[in-house]
Design a protein around this ligand. Structure first.
Ligand SMILES: C[N+](C)(C)CCCC[C@H](N)C(=O)O
Length: 288
């Protein structure tokens, strides 16, 4: 099994993440809290109350985890294509796989990475939602002191299954949308690249950026539900399950609730995925 794809996915995931984390914090807050009037209001409040560091809450852990998760995503995608089409990454420019195969390989990658992602993503969302300013002497400490403490507390308070809260919504979110992610990327690359050649860096950046936007727009409805399920259980359980969460969210906030955070998600998705695909492609070309 070719491992370069896993390693390239690993490095490119970490690079993309740092760039996107501040957007991600704003997104999670907008989706799960009602105190902010919009993106700008949320950014101003985070900055005033928690300083620049507020935007980077909960990042150290996702850096490590995105590396693992992205490695599974790209590694499984590429190796599924190898099984389906019998072409390696290097051969795929000369013999491009069909869009059906790309979609199936993407869904497989999305499905498997969701399980690796679930506990990491839960911890990230819980930490991002702590609004206390940086610790001051005398002030009560926040509920979770860091990722390891957070994981241990969830384990203790909510049981081992508590670590997989929201995992179903996450799997449903990611299986089809990772398919969309790779179809958009490949489609745009092919559109702007002469046959048989490698796409230029500009093409890779733009195709990667739009792949991120397209897949995140499709993923947003289930992303909102996923984040809410993850926050549920922190104090009192509010939702009976995913469906209940969807129904009561729509009842209380209207259909627009499914697109909470879509603007910020897209703003984040472009740079993150442009850099992810560029570094992925270049690492593989360099090694290959
Ligand atoms: C499929 N879905 C849209 C959920 C994610 C696909 C993009 C993954 C990328 N690491 C990112 O964080 O943007």
């Amino acid at each position: 099994m070719p491992v370069e794809e896993f390693v390239a996915g690993w490095i490119s995931g970490a690079l993309g993440l740092v760039l996107g984390h501040p957007f991600d914090t704003v997104k999670v807050r907008l989706q799960t809290q009602t105190t902010y009037r919009g993106i700008v209001d949320c950014m101003v409040k985070i900055y005033r109350h928690e300083s620049l560091l507020g935007f980077f809450k909960g990042m150290s852990f996702p850096i490590a985890s995105t590396a693992v998760v992205n490695s599974v995503l790209f590694g499984v995608y590429s190796n599924t294509l190898l099984v389906l089409t019998a072409t390696s990454h290097q051969e795929r420019r000369a013999q491009p796989p069909s869009y059906t195969h790309i979609f199936l390989a993407g869904c497989t990658g999305g499905f498997l990475q969701a399980y690796c992602l679930a506990p990491f993503d839960l911890i990230k969302v819980r930490l991002q939602n702590q609004t206390e300013p940086r610790a001051q002497p005398g002030s009560p400490p926040p509920r979770y002191q860091g990722p390891v403490h957070c994981a241990a507390s969830i384990f203790r308070e909510e049981g081992p299954r508590g670590l997989f809260r929201g995992a179903w919504a996450l799997t449903l979110r990611d299986t089809p949308t990772v398919g969309i992610y790779f179809i958009t990327y490949e489609g745009l690359c092919r559109q702007y690249t002469p046959e048989g050649q490698n796409p230029s860096s500009a093409t890779v950046l733009v195709a990667g950026g739009f792949a991120g936007i397209a897949s995140w727009v499709a993923a947003t409805p289930l992303d909102v539900i996923k984040s809410r399920m993850q926050m549920d259980g922190l104090r009192r359980r509010v939702y009976q399950g995913m469906l209940d969460c969807m129904v009561s969210s729509v009842r209380q906030e209207g259909l627009g609730v499914f697109f909470r955070g879509v603007t910020i998600n897209s703003a984040r998705a472009f740079p993150v995925n442009a850099v992810t695909f560029l570094s992925y492609e270049y690492l593989l070309r360099w090694w290959g």
